[in-house]
Design a protein around this ligand. Structure first.
Ligand code: ATP
Ligand code: MG
Length: 572
């Protein structure tokens, strides 16, 4: 491709509204342009990267035995009513009516559509296991689209769905997909971790997320520094707390005027936060619900939202609701004689002689002990907190540490959550009907492009890993319009690249050298060959890999032999 014919609107300045480096660089390198909040056009250079990412995913999915299909973006409400999700989904699901007043939505995911296809087209156990996938546009009306294509409203996802006859067969399929995801991310040369994850509103039991490690990641991963345990903070657990010591003192009530935080109460009474408990109030299905945590711990919204009786989505009660239900303001609440149902986090339950609010303004209880002063039913002791860095991991070997990650993939064990209500059964060898076990496998294709940039850039631009680069080779011809020698050498080199099946971009523009080099650094093609009069006089060109290292003079006749190693691969 000749650069003079390429729509490549690079920007010198950082766009003001781009908060993360990948978003800035995608705009500056002319890969994407925003059309509306969270909705983007992919420009030619960006699309080339996207297509290469898709090609890797497609190759590995096909090699894993999955079959590609293409389902519609527009989905009829009836199918969502069947699974109960028409009512359950919030405003993230964009709904609309056609001219016949029929309800539709834009697909945020495709479980309903694939399960409907399966029940119509697959009847016999002999056709199982089977696994379908597509690379398709999704729409989710995200409350806060941000970071460019990282959290968009319209984005491309690879989504796959498997059907197996029994658990053993499903376990094999799940492992095959897990391995496939690792291969895909390795081929893109990404530094990633697979972690245990929450299943969100897709449903089902266990799941794994694949995170590209990056400071800008929205997710926190907790991992065991010694063992293999790694989980999203949303569901990470620590080792069980040590058993509770015996009570040592009688409960008493003390004045704590103006002290409404753990820090203030702790300072006044010379107690560490680990000897205090805090009581947070959320909205429940019938009444408010309290969650008691150790003073130094944070509430985990995902875990609390799942507790019976807690309203979903999780919402904290406001001050007037709390005062009406409990009789005092937040800051003085505690579990002793509390008038609303409460849960106790297991770590708070392991503290003896603790301090807590007395449900009276300016007063706290000290030396409170569970069971003696406050009774708690066994099913009310739960895990409701975030783990903290440095605490022992659940498998007992090392300590937990944190990393930030960008979730690029998520694989779920769906069980029969969709196949059962949608009657997607098949006949077994005895003619009996059997409901298959489903799995679903998502990968954020457009998000991956941003994640790759997060891990591969420097202060001047993108450094594409060769397997996903928009072009393999960038020939930068200086003074192309005026120098006959440069034009001839550059054109010959360009043709030679094409003959060797390399994807090549020839900068044949009239820009000044400084502009050309700045743009070349910005768009980050792995191999740069500069053709200029001065080097040509000695039969040389200048070679510079974008991955690093100085520019060096290489004889024109040797240059292509030099760079046609493993790193150069043509896709079209
Ligand atoms: P997140 O927690 O980031 O919202 P999710 O759990 O809602 O993700 P899934 O339903 O598992 O996402 O979707 C599969 C994959 O699609 C995700 O792993 C992610 O890579 C991608 N994805 C999800 N939402 C978006 C979005 N708004 N923009 C771009 N990619 C997305
Ligand atoms: Mg989401």
């Amino acid at each position: 491709m000749r650069q003079s014919q390429l729509l490549l609107p690079t920007l010198k300045e950082n766009p003001a509204d781009a908060d993360v480096v990948s978003h800035r660089l995608m705009l500056r390198a002319g890969l994407i342009r925003q059309v509306a909040a969270g909705v983007y056009t992919w420009l030619p250079l960006g699309l080339r990267v996207l297509r290469r990412v898709e090609a890797i995913i497609r190759e590995e999915m096909n090699a894993s035995g999955a079959q590609e299909v293409l389902m519609p973006v527009v989905q009829p409400a009836e199918l969502w009513v069947e699974t109960g999700r028409w009512a359950k989904m919030g405003p993230e699901l964009l709904r609309f009516r056609d001219r016949n007043e029929r309800d539709f939505c834009l697909g945020p995911t495709h479980e309903e559509i694939i399960t409907d296809l399966f029940r119509r087209e697959v009847q016999s156990y002999r056709q199982l296991p089977c696994n379908f996938y597509q690379i398709q546009t999704k729409f989710r009306d995200e409350i806060r689209p941000r970071f460019g294509v990282m959290r968009a409203r319209e984005f491309t996802m690879k989504d796959g769905y498997s059907f197996d006859l029994d658990q053993a067969s499903f376990d094999r399929t799940y492992q095959t997909m897990y391995d496939c995801y690792c291969r895909i991310l390795n081929r893109m040369r990404l530094d990633f971790r697979a972690v245990e994850a929450d299943s969100g509103n897709i449903g089902g039991a266990n799941s794994h997320e694949f995170h590209v490690l990056a400071e800008s990641g929205e997710d926190v991963i907790a991992y065991d520094t010694e063992g293999s345990y790694a989980a999203n903070l949303e569901r990470a657990v620590g080792a069980p707390p040590p058993s509770r010591p015996q009570p040592a003192a009688a409960m008493a009530t003390v004045d704590t005027p103006g002290c409404t935080t753990i820090a203030a109460v702790g300072e006044l009474l010379s107690l560490p936060a680990t000897r205090c408990v805090k009581t947070m109030i959320v909205r429940g299905e019938k009444s408010l619900v309290a969650v008691v945590l150790r003073g130094d711990h944070e509430l985990n919204a995902i875990k609390v939202e799942k507790l019976p009786g807690v309203r979903k989505p999780l919402a904290f009660a406001d001050e007037s609701e709390i005062t009406a239900a409990v009789g005092c303001k937040p800051g003085s609440i505690g579990p002793v004689d509390l008038q609303i149902p409460f849960y106790v986090d297991a770590c708070a339950y392991a503290v003896a002689d603790f301090c807590c609010g007395a449900n009276e303004e300016g007063r706290h209880h000290v030396n409170v002990n569970w069971d003696r002063d406050v009774s708690v039913a066994a099913d009310r002791v739960v895990d409701a907190r975030n783990v903290v860095a440095g605490e022992p991991g659940p498998d007992g070997s090392g300590r937990l540490a944190f990393l930030r990650g960008i979730e690029v993939g998520h694989i779920f064990q769906l069980g029969r959550v969709y196949s059962e209500p949608m009657h997607a059964d098949v006949l077994d060898q005895d003619g009996k009907s059997l409901v298959p076990i489903m799995g679903c496998y998502g990968m954020g294709v457009t998000r991956l492009v941003a994640a790759i940039i997060e891990q591969n850039h420097d202060e001047v631009g993108i450094k594409w890993p060769a397997p996903v680069a928009p072009f393999d080779v960038h020939i930068v011809a200086l003074n192309y319009g005026k120098s006959e020698a440069v034009r001839k050498a550059a054109d010959e080199l360009y043709r030679a690249c094409i003959e060797r099946n390399m994807d090549v971009l020839l900068d044949d523009t009239d820009d000044r050298p400084g502009v050309k080099f700045a743009d070349a650094d910005l768009i980050g093609i792995p191999h740069r060959i500069t053709v200029g009069d001065r080097a040509l006089a000695n039969g040389n060109v200048e070679y510079k890999p974008r991955s690093g290292g100085d520019a060096e003079a290489v004889p024109l006749t040797d240059i292509l032999g030099r760079i046609s190693g493993d790193d150069v691969q043509a896709t079209d």
